[in-house]
Design a protein around this ligand. Structure first.
Ligand SMILES: [Zn+2]
Length: 181
């Protein structure tokens, strides 16, 4: 990637090119996120990222009145990882509801949601990501202080703590890019 005159506004003549997305990698070559091409252009022209070429990397041509940019499908940040300060979110209604997609983890309802301790606090259950789930009032009150196996209730998904968004993205990225056997 050469240097481009920063004073020149980039006006793009082919709007369909802007539909494309670019995968941004960390300095250590971990895929971090998919970003839109405008953001990628900004990172490239300000020197915060560089082209990363795999054998399969495509490039898109973006033209302004006087310059042509070749924007690759993959770029790599030159500086440190901007997500390094991420922490596991606190266990509260907002975060638990978000993880559970605002659905009761027993019946799937999205109405009258509450927090439920899978192992009740009265039986030593902890207020942690792996023991707190979203439950509707109805399921919560029929469960009461019982353990799931005592009353035959089943969780739709196993509760766990959110992982770093970049790690989640990396796992998904490599899953999609596994070589065919
Ligand atoms: Zn329910």
């Amino acid at each position: 990637m050469q240097a481009y005159p920063l004073s020149e506004p980039i006006s793009i003549s082919q709007p369909q090119v802007l539909q494309n997305q670019v995968v941004v990698f960390s300095k250590n070559y971990l895929p971090l996120a998919r970003i839109n091409i405008k953001r990628a252009i900004a990172l490239l022209v300000t020197g915060q990222a560089e082209t990363l070429e795999f054998s399969s990397t495509r490039q898109w041509e973006v033209r302004s009145p006087s310059i042509v940019l070749l924007i690759p499908e993959h770029i790599r940040l030159v500086g440190g990882n901007p997500e390094r300060h991420w922490k596991v979110p606190p266990v509260n209604r907002r975060e638990i509801f978000r993880r559970d997609n605002h659905a009761c983890q027993y019946c799937g309802s999205s109405k009258r949601l509450t927090l439920d301790h899978v192992i009740p606090r009265s039986k030593g259950g902890t207020h942690t990501w792996d023991n707190v789930v979203t439950a509707c009032e109805k399921c919560n009150s029929s469960k009461s202080d019982s353990l799931l196996h005592e009353i035959g209730m089943v969780l739709r998904t196993k509760p766990k703590a959110p992982i770093h968004p970049a790690i989640a993205f990396a796992e998904q990225f490599w899953k999609e890019h596994q070589p065919l056997e």
